[in-house]
Design a protein around this ligand. Sequence first.
Ligand code: ACM
Ligand code: ZN
Length: 680
Amino acid sequence: MKNSAIALLAAALTSVAVSCTPVSSRTEVIPQPLQAEIDASRRFRIDENTAFTVIAGDDERRRIEERAASILGVGQSESGTIVLTVEEGSGKASKESYRLNVTTEGIEISSPTAAGVFYGLQTLGQLRADDGSVPVCRIEDEPRFAYRGVMLDLSRHWFGKEHVKRQIDVLSRYKFNRVHLHLTDAAGWRIEIKKHPRLTELAAWRTDSLWKTWWNGGRGYVEEGSEGAYGGYLTHEDVREIVEYARDRYIEIIPEIEIPAHSEEVMAAYPDLSCTKGRNIQGDLCIGNEHTIALLEDVLTEIVELFPSEYIHIGGDEAAMNNWKSCPLCRALMQKEGMQDVRELQSYIIGRMQRFLERKGRKIIVWDEILEGSDPEAVIMCWHGVHRGIKAAEEGHDVIMTPGEFCYFDSYQDAPYSQPEAIGGYLPFEKVYSYEPVPESTDCSAAKHIIGVQGNLWAEYIPSREHAEYMLYPRALALSEVAWSRPERKNFDEFRTLAAAQADKLRSEGINAFDLSTETGNREEAQSPIKHKALGKSVIYADDAPYWPGYSAGGDGALTDGIRGGWSYGDRRWQGFVDKEGVDVTIDLGTDTELHFIGADFMQICGPDVFLPAEVIISISENGSDFDELAHFFHEVVRDDAVSFRNFAWRGDAYGRYVRYRAKHGKFGGFLFTDEIVVE
Ligand code: ACM
Ligand code: ZN
C-alpha cells in the first residue's frame, strides 16, 4: 500500500516492542497480536483458587461472565485476581482493541467494548499452558480489518443448526466476527418463510443426498416428508438460537438470499416466477413479473426480522440472463424503463431490493458481478480476482475480499490423490496465509474501503459435517491472521508450528481439522524450474489453435519457460486451449539439434471440463515446413472423479531444428491444459 498510515503506526508499535528485549515480542497466539512483551520466565497460575471479576454494564457483564467461565474454567467473585473491564469511551480507535496485562499477582483485560474483552479472553486462553500457568506479559492488540468472516454454504449439503453453532465456537476463538450463511441455492432453500411455505415444503427437499448425483441426475425436488427426501431448513426458532449464540461470541450472522440467479429451487416451488412458467427452468428469476418482486420483499421482510445484522447479502452472482431475452414480461419491463441490455434487469432488481432494505435500515452485500451499475452504498464481495475488488474500492464501494485463489476453502488443500474429491483447484494452508488483501500498489483512498476478508466454504463436494470441518481447519486459522494481524507481525514458519498444535487441539475436541503433519505439498514437478533444450526458445502457435487468454500462463513463452504446473490448472502455470484444434505449437530450437525426448504433461479434472487429449502427434523438421512424424498417440478420454496427470512423450534418436507438438480434444471437448514442452 502506498503511503500507508497503518504501516507507519505498526512500525512504530513494533519498534517499541523490539526495544523491550530480552522480553519476547512474539506470542504463541493465533492470530498474532499487534504488540506484546512476554517474559516466559515468570508466570501466573490460574487454578481452582482463581476467580474473575467483570466490570461492565449489566447485559454485557452477563455475556462476559459466561464466556470467561467457559474459556478459563474458573468462577467469579467480587474481588477476583482476574479483572475484566469494559472501559467505554477510552478513546481507542478500534472498538475491538484490548489490553491484556499478566503479572505474577494477577491478570487484567480491558477494552472499550465487551467484544474486545472477549478477544482478550481468547488470547489468554491460548497463552495458558496445560498446568494453568500464563507467562507474565503485556499485550496491546487490535484487528487490522473490521470484517473478518467465513461463509458456510448450507444449501448444497444440509448441515443443520448444531453444526453452525460449533463453527461459531471455533471461529470466535480466532477472532472472526462474521459468519455468512449461504441459505438459498438450487440445491435447497434453507430458511423457513412463513408467508411462502412452499419454499420449505418443496424447495428444501431433493431426490439425492449427494449434490453431485443430484446435479448430474434429474435435479428433482420432492415434498417434505416423502420417502428418501434429502434436505432441511432453519426454522425461525433455529435462527433466533443461532443469532443469539453468535452474539454471545461477538459474531454477527449475515444471511444470504440469492437474487436474481441460483434460484431454481424457488421456481420449482413457484413456477410462475420463471420466465418460462416452469418449462426449461434456468437459475434466473423473472424480473418482469411483479410477483417475483413481491415474493422477494416478503422473504426479505422476514429475513430482516430474524437477522439483526448490519448487512444482508442478496447474491447477484452468475446470472445467465438468457431467458430474460425472450420473456415478454422482462422485455416489457425493459421497454418501460428504457433499458437497452438485459444486464440492466439485474441492476434493476438489485437496486429495488437495496432500496427496500435501506428503508429497513440495512445495507446490502453483493457478489462482485454487481459492480457494474450498482449504487456505491452496496458492499462488494470480491470473489473473481483481486483486481475486481481493488476496482470496486477505487469506485468508492466498501469491499470484502474473498478471491477464489486465496479464500475458497472448497479447493483441494493437498495433493488431490491424497484427498477426498473436491471441486478442484489447490489452496494449501500456506497460500491462504500468504494472502495480502491490500496490494502494495493500492492507493490510500481505495485501501480504506477494503473492510475485510472472508473464507468461503462452498459445499457441492462436501457431503458431511466432518468433511466441512476438514476443509475449514486449519485454513481458517491462516485466514484469521490475514484478517487480524498486521503483515509485519506475520511469520509463516512460526505460524505453521502454532497452527499444527491448534489443529491437534481441535481434533482432540472432536473437530475434524486436517492434520498438517500429513501434508504432501505441491506437485513435485512444480517445486523448481527445469532446464531442457527448448528452454527460452520461441513458440509459434498455429492460427487456429491459440491459447485461451484467461489461462495464458504468462503468454507465448509459457511452454518453454522451464516452469511446471502444480495441482491446479488455475495456478497460472498451465496454459489452456479451448478452440477446436486444441494444441498446435511449433518450437524453433534455433539450430539443428540432436533430439532424444519430446514430451508434455496434460491434466484432467472432469467437473470443470478439463480433459486429457484424445490424440497427440509429435513431429520434427529441419526447414520448418516439411515435418516427419515421430510419434502418434491415441488415448480414450474417460470421465472419472480423479484429478489426473499424464505425460505424452516420444523417446528415440532424431535430428531437427523445429519441433511440432499437437494435441487434440476428445469427445467431451472442454479444455486441454499443458505446462511445458520438454525437449532433450
Ligand atoms: C460464487 O462463487 N459464485 C460467488
Ligand atoms: Zn421474465
